[in-house]
Design a protein around this ligand. Structure first.
Ligand code: UFG
Length: 344
């Protein structure tokens, strides 16, 4: 058996890009995913892009015996946990499902890791732990005030990791609080593939550009920002994937002698308004993207962007791509796969 990293939720948008980066570094990977918000064809795309075969498990990780089976059948040396529900809106409508799913998966992974003596985990957290930022750029030490159950599950997960790390110094955890991922794989064969009408900005815009949706609805136009639309920190999914790999490598490098828990922001460190993103997509696509202003979404912050100094210092990680790169790659993916994976 080859020593491998277990990537829980490895068929998702960020998970799949991270798997590619690991494989490109000749690090063996096992994917575990229930494919509830992803597609089995992602595995084929990963294999085609990397020219490697990937072992994957279609499993419900809330079932502890399933998690145990994966560890029994493989030599796992570290875990990256992307598995979990991630829709802010749905989490307010179905909080129990969010608490149960997101926390149970992490608890199962950690208890089986403890049984098996595997002590390194990288956790996918979110900028949503900060809620509406009190000051900008957002620092890791800022107050955590999530405004929805999804965000609460991330805060609670980090609490669990912190407490566990205190109980036994063999544990080492890095929690990555990421801001807004954009872009797709260079090949155009892997990208964000939401079910139904997209909630997030970029897939919505590209579906307007390609003619599947008629116009973008911009949530609010009287925020206290330069053009009245809300500002976020967008980063290329490839940079985000690099950050996850850097974190895992950091934990596995024994000479770092790292034990405990560390939370790091991953973002570009810059803020862009909805209108700026829209204009960037218009340039890249060469199409006019119609929009109308509608009511603000409940709980949406006016402005949020990260301080990324800590991640730079800790991991030596830095984002490489520009907004134009992000829009180009998103558009390339959308054009090559207008219906996601549902095509010949
Ligand atoms: N927006 C629109 N119209 C849309 C969609 C989005 O105007 O149809 C605006 C939003 O108001 C926001 C920006 O575009 O200002 C980005 O919105 P997204 O929904 O793409 O992203 P959010 O910043 O709201 O949330 C994302 C993830 C969350 C995560 C959060 C962390 O969806 O899971 O980033 O900051 F928690």
């Amino acid at each position: 058996m080859m020593a491998a990293i277990l990537v829980a939720g490895g068929a998702g948008y960020v998970g799949s890009h991270t798997v590619i980066k690991l494989l490109e570094k000749d690090i063996d990977v096992i994917i575990a995913d229930d494919f509830s918000n992803s597609d089995e064809r992602v595995i084929h795309a990963i294999e085609a892009i990397t020219g490697k075969t990937v072992k994957s498990y279609a499993v419900d990780l809330t079932q502890k015996e399933e998690v145990r089976r994966i560890f029994d059948e493989n030599e796992i040396i570290g875990v990256i946990d992307f598995a979990g529900f991630k829709s802010v809106g749905t989490s307010s409508k179905a909080p129990l499902a969010y608490y149960r799913n997101n926390l149970e998966i992490l608890l199962n992974l950690l208890s089986v890791m403890q049984e098996q003596g595997v002590y390194h985990l990288v956790f996918s957290s979110s900028a949503t732990v900060y809620g509406n930022p009190e000051s900008l750029p957002v620092k890791e030490s800022d107050k955590q005030k999530p405004t929805n159950p999804y965000g609460q599950t991330k805060v609670m997960s980090e609490r669990i990791l912190r407490d566990l790390a205190k109980s036994d110094e063999r544990w080492s955890f890095i929690s990555l609080r990421f801001f807004n991922p954009l872009g797709a794989h260079k090949s155009g064969d892997l990208g964000e593939n939401p079910n139904g009408v997209p909630n997030n900005l970029a897939p919505y815009i590209t579906q307007v550009a390609i003619g599947k949706l008629s116009e973008l609805k911009i949530f609010g136009h009287d925020f206290p920002t330069s053009d009245g639309t809300s500002v976020r920190d967008y980063m290329h999914v490839d940079d985000l994937a690099e950050g996850h790999v850097a974190a895992m490598e950091y934990l596995l490098t024994t000479s770092n002698k790292f034990s405990g828990f560390e939370a790091l922001n991953l973002g570009s460190g810059k803020g862009y308004s909805v209108l700026e993103i829209l204009r960037a997509f218009e340039q890249v696509t060469g199409k006019k993207i119609p929009f109308e202003y509608v009511e603000k979404r409940e709980g949406d912050a006016a402005e949020s962007f990260a301080s990324i100094e800590k991640a730079k210092e800790f991991l030596g990680w830095e984002p490489k791509y520009t907004i134009t790169d992000m829009c180009l790659d998103t558009w390339n993916w959308q054009q090559k796969h207008p219906n996601g994976y549902n095509e010949a």
